[in-house]
Design a protein around this ligand. Sequence first.
Ligand SMILES: [Zn+2]
Length: 345
Amino acid sequence: MTTYVSTGSGAWTEPGAYEVAPGVHRVPLPLPDDGLRAINVYVLTTPDGLVLVDGGWAIPASREALSASLAELGATVGDITRFLVTHVHRDHYTQAVVLRQETGAHVGLGLGEKPVLDLLQEPDRAPLEGQIAGLRAAGATELAELIGERSKGHRVDPRQWESPDAWLEPGLLPLPGGRVLNAVATPGHTAGHLVFHDLEGSLLFAGDHVLPTITPSIGFEPVLSPDPLGAFLRSLALVRERPDALLLPAHGPVAPSVHARVDELVAHHGRRLEQTETACAAGASSVFEVAGQLIWTRREHRLADLDPFNTMLAVFETGAHLELLVAQGRLAMAVEDGIEQYGSI
Ligand SMILES: [Zn+2]
């Protein structure tokens, strides 16, 4: 039998170690200054030590919270033998790498993340370089300038972005003690995103692929992958074909059914594609203009009400929808003066 507590808004971020299934605990770690507020890492107890799904962001507050929560389980970070990281974003990957330097734990990351990690390891690369070029092509010229200004002087810390010990490919991952996880490639949120499915335990460690209360950002990557929304929807279909499971998300409370949430996400993007097509038909042409015609967040904001970072996410999200509409033959795209222009066929 699995136990989970359905919690109201925000309660899921409370620090602690919450049992979600026998031998599996959810440990929320803080993400200050981040709209997501926390990331759940999942601690799997095995006879040979702890296996963690995702590592958290390498900041002191996260490290302290992890130590305190492991103490509730009678363990320390020294008991971690392995990290299985769902994708290369900083809130999932960096603390795994930093703790490895200390504990020797083994770190696995999906092979499809290698191009992005290679880029992050380039010493002189400015952060968000690829995204800033993407904003220009989207017609968001002022936003590109602003984000460029703000990220000046920021450099990535190479110690947080070292390579994993193993590049994971889809397939079975047997853990000590008999639990078997099935790594499933779910490109979309990132090109190399993996989910880990415990068939016998009916658990899906979903990373950011299936989130219970929000939709994961699509199209925000330093290495642009073709048709990320198409990839994401195919990955949702793939997960939907597998047996249903308890949804163990990286952000938000545990939810009873992966299938139910996948159906909602597919419906959301279907509506969003229609709205995007309608905005184009009404005359919006660049990605930025189309994004300006849409309503954002559950609180129904206009694009102009969002902060610069979230405006950027919204622009890339819109670009991913437009790209899929082109792939589906519903819109056409032409580049004029370096800016993508979308319109009817
Ligand atoms: Zn995340």
